[in-house]
Design a protein around this ligand. Structure first.
Ligand code: NI
Length: 137
């Protein structure tokens, strides 16, 4: 019997979307307001789904406290109240779009989730705009 457990989390962070290989005009055309040179912030909402077999001894797929602690340590500590472009090494050369942030979060969490379980990351950049990543490379 396979079930999915989920944990919600959030962090506030600033970013700027731009491609350093493009001129200002093209960056403005493609990224619009998100290209603001002085950055802007989002209240990111994160949902982490872990799917796996129900352990008959614990009745858990995974201990949600463990998942909660993991998200806090690996994601909230790294991203909350940070400038993603300047403060987070993963985005030094990677545009911090919602898509790329979701992939980075997935990569940071995956080593801590046992291999027999599936991991999906859903990241809301606004209440209406969100992306999901299941590790499809
Ligand atoms: Ni933005």
């Amino acid at each position: 019997m396979r079930l999915t457990i989920s944990r919600k989390s959030h962090f506030n962070a600033a970013h700027r979307l731009f491609n350093k290989n493009w001129d200002d005009k093209k960056n403005q055309l493609v990224f619009g307001k998100c290209n603001n040179p002085n950055y802007h912030g989002h209240n990111y909402e994160l949902i982490v789904h872990v799917t796996g077999e129900l352990d008959p001894e614990t009745g858990f797929v995974m201990d949600l406290k463990e998942l909660s602690d993991l998200i806090k340590a690996e994601i909230e500590e790294a991203f909350d109240h940070k400038n993603l472009n300047l403060d987070v090494a993963e985005f030094a050369e990677l545009n911090p779009t919602a898509e790329n942030i979701a992939v980075v979060i997935w990569k940071k969490l995956r080593p801590f989730i046992s291999e027999d379980k599936d991991l999906e990351v859903v990241l809301y950049e606004t209440a209406r705009n969100f992306v999901s990543f299941k590790g499809d490379f």
